[in-house]
Design a protein around this ligand. Structure first.
Ligand code: ATP
Length: 638
């Protein structure tokens, strides 16, 4: 079992996360050191702040003995005796001033401490989050094919947040415990070492109790984290599939599923809480017992001289100081388990963050990449073989070329590999064998940004960002003027419907563009590509999901877009590509027919038969072709 519990399958992220060691140290080295000034100020003021808490009991004890009971002369630790006043009134005033100054100074230091530690922790969180997001953007599509969106969001949000909590609260509390335990121990030993042993006897007990608690609770925390991860994924899935849930009327089923994982979270958290209920009272019982023992032994000592094996004097002032100091131990020690909890959380989060950072970026610029400039637009596939990560071969020996300005169409049964051909040109994946070339340059040698700028991609599921229509058209060419945006919209046959929207070009399109129809989104996407003005166009079933009239408009705008540009068009409706210079029929990952529309009709193969059915010239596809289109005899893929 890994940190996150058992999963049905291991993603790349899981694999790299499990290999991470010492994540907090690594993140501290990478991001914390950059903020070292805040850290130093924070730690220094923490020491002083909590040190100031010790001043009151010590000065109070000394004052009681010197000023009120006059049992011993006025003496303060770290202050030479000759500097101290000898008159009782003055001694009293000095004590009051020191206590007041310690309180005020403590408050000011506390403020500085808070600011410094917050700046440090939030600075680290900010840097980690920005870096993790940048890293995520650089990862290739293979990573995202297996992604769990919920998990990535959780890394960018919760995990970076856990780091912040750790560097803020846990660091602050650790310093507080360290200073108070050391300070109180020193002060108690200084005041009366014998009685100090009684009080301090509690510390090993507290540590042992906490150690036991952490060991028992750790696996339960792992279960909590794992169930919360499941819950996030479930909720994320339900949200992205909300339309399906509603149309399939499966709300009750989805509710039950979320109820189920929520129940798991509840049970896991209760398991943790049941133990926690014992911890805090247990810690308080131990410190309380030490306090009581100090009170009884110290009280009897003051009252009637030393008991048992104790000997020497114990003044009333020392006794009061003892009681006050001992009390100071209670609060911080009870926080020990909190620190462990923060640490465990931060460690698990750190592993996930580092895991993301360690996933290799497979598709990036080669050293000294060629920047594509003045692109002619010649595209060449040279004996291309391709398999998705660890899966069977999807393309085999694909060879074709499109000269600048030509249109090559890809048709064929579903799952044949047409979209895959297109993705290789954009270098969303790299070929397994062979090469894809633009203007004679292997795309792997070309600067990625310049390659993708030269290729305009219009896909069947158009994605729009939540923003205005104009922002979506401008996406990718942010410097375009309003007039250029309108011009592009006109060319995409989108201007009229945009003008009729409530706020024209300033209308918000909703998340993913839900407030627009499929055909409208499609035309906005085309306008965006027109504005981008690339030399090569990739059309992936661009008119698949629209009515005839919209299809006509879209087709007209696409004709305009592709007129002078090299075009790779994927289509199911053959009428849209019959004028292409070359039509490639892809089946089972290989090109099985190629030629112009007329040539292919003459060949009377798969294309001619599909055309016959679509054009209504033949009633149905002959059985042998049905089987091929169906994939039942999806030769020639091996
Ligand atoms: P359609 O006409 O239905 O869009 P297509 O011809 O475009 O199909 P592709 O999308 O290229 O076909 O898919 C070719 C093969 O590759 C299919 O068997 C598909 O299951 C597989 N495939 C596609 N995308 C991935 C992916 N990201 N990871 C693994 N396999 C994939």
């Amino acid at each position: 079992m890994n940190d996150e519990g058992d999963k049905e399958f291991e993603t790349e992220l899981d694999v790299y996360r499990d290999q991470v060691s010492k994540p907090l140290l690594r993140l501290f080295g990478a991001y914390g050191l950059g903020e070292w000034r805040w850290l130093v100020v924070g730690l220094a003021t923490s020491v002083l702040t909590y040190g100031a808490l010790l001043v009151t009991p010590i000065v109070l004890g000394a004052t009681i003995d010197a000023v009120f009971t006059q049992e011993s002369p006025y003496a303060l630790p770290l202050v030479p005796d000759p500097w101290l006043p000898t008159e009782r009134g003055e001694q009293f005033r000095l004590s009051a001033t020191i206590i007041g100054a310690a309180l005020l100074g403590g408050a000011i230091l506390q403020w500085i401490r808070g600011v410094a530690i917050n700046f440090f922790a939030h600075g680290v969180m900010y840097a980690v989050r920005v870096d993790a997001y940048e890293k995520m953007q650089r990862l290739d599509m293979t990573f995202f094919d297996n992604k769990e969106t919920g998990e990535i969001i959780s890394i960018l949000n919760n995990d970076t947040g856990n780091l912040e909590v750790f560097f803020d609260d846990a660091l602050g509390e650790s310093v507080r415990i360290g200073v108070i335990v050391l300070g109180v121990t020193g002060a108690l030993l200084y005041t009366n070492w014998q009685l100090a042993l009684v009080t301090l006897g509690a510390i090993p007990l507290l540590v042992a109790f906490t150690w036991w608690f952490v060991r028992v609770i750790e696996p339960r925390y792992a279960t909590v984290r794992s169930t919360i991860g499941d819950l996030n994924t479930r909720i994320e899935n339900g949200l992205s599939g909300i339309e399906l849930v509603k149309t399939a009327s499966t709300e009750t089923y989805e509710n039950e599923r979320v109820r189920g994982v929520s129940r798991d979270v509840f049970d896991a958290q209760m398991d943790v809480l049941k133990l926690s209920y014992f911890y805090r009272p247990g810690m308080e019982l131990i410190t309380g017992t030490a306090l009581l023992a100090t009170f009884v032994i110290g009280g009897l000592w003051v009252f009637s001289g030393p008991i048992l094996f104790f000997d020497g004097e114990l003044s009333i002032g020392d006794f009061v100081a003892f009681m006050l100091l001992t009390q100071q131990l209670t609060g911080p020690m009870a926080q020990l388990s909190g620190i462990v909890d923060w640490y465990e959380n931060a460690r698990a989060s750190g592993k996930r963050i580092c895991g993301l950072m360690d996933v290799p970026v497979r598709i990036e610029n080669a050293p000294n990449p060629i920047a594509l400039e003045d692109v002619d637009g010649r595209v060449e596939y040279d004996d291309v073989t391709f398999a998705y990560d660890g899966e069977e071969t999807v393309l085999d020996g694909v060879t074709f070329a499109a000269d600048a300005g030509e249109t090559v169409a890809l048709v064929g049964p579903t799952g044949a590999g047409k979209s895959t051909v297109a993705k290789l040109l954009l270098r969303l994946y790299d070929v397994t064998d062979g090469a894809v070339r633009v203007d004679g340059h292997d795309v792997r040698d070309v600067d990625l940004a310049s390659l993708r700028k030269s290729v305009g991609y219009v896909s069947q599921d158009t994605f729009l960002f939540d923003g205005t229509v104009a922002e979506n058209i401008r996406y990718g060419r942010f410097d375009a003027s309003d007039e250029e945006v309108r011009e592009a919209a006109r060319a995409a046959e989108a201007h009229e419907f945009i003008e009729n929207l409530s706020d024209g070009y300033e209308t918000r399109v909703g998340e993913r563009g839900v407030k627009l129809s499929g055909g409208q989104r499609q035309r906005i996407a085309i306008a965006r590509v027109i504005l981008q003005d690339p030399e090569i166009i990739l059309l992936d079933e661009a008119t698949a999901s629209v009515d005839t009239e919209t299809e006509y408009l879209i087709q007209r705008s696409l004709d305009r877009l592709t007129a002078e540009r090299t075009t790779l068009a994927i289509a199911h409706r053959l009428s849209t590509i019959k004028d292409a210079d070359t039509i490639l029929v892809v089946e089972g990952g290989e090109i099985v027919e190629r030629g112009s529309h007329d040539e292919l009709l003459g060949a009377d193969g798969l294309y001619a038969n599909l055309w016959g059915v679509q054009a209504g010239e033949i009633d149905e596809l002959p059985e042998t072709f049905v089987q091929r289109v169906d994939g039942r005899t999806a030769e020639p893929r091996r």
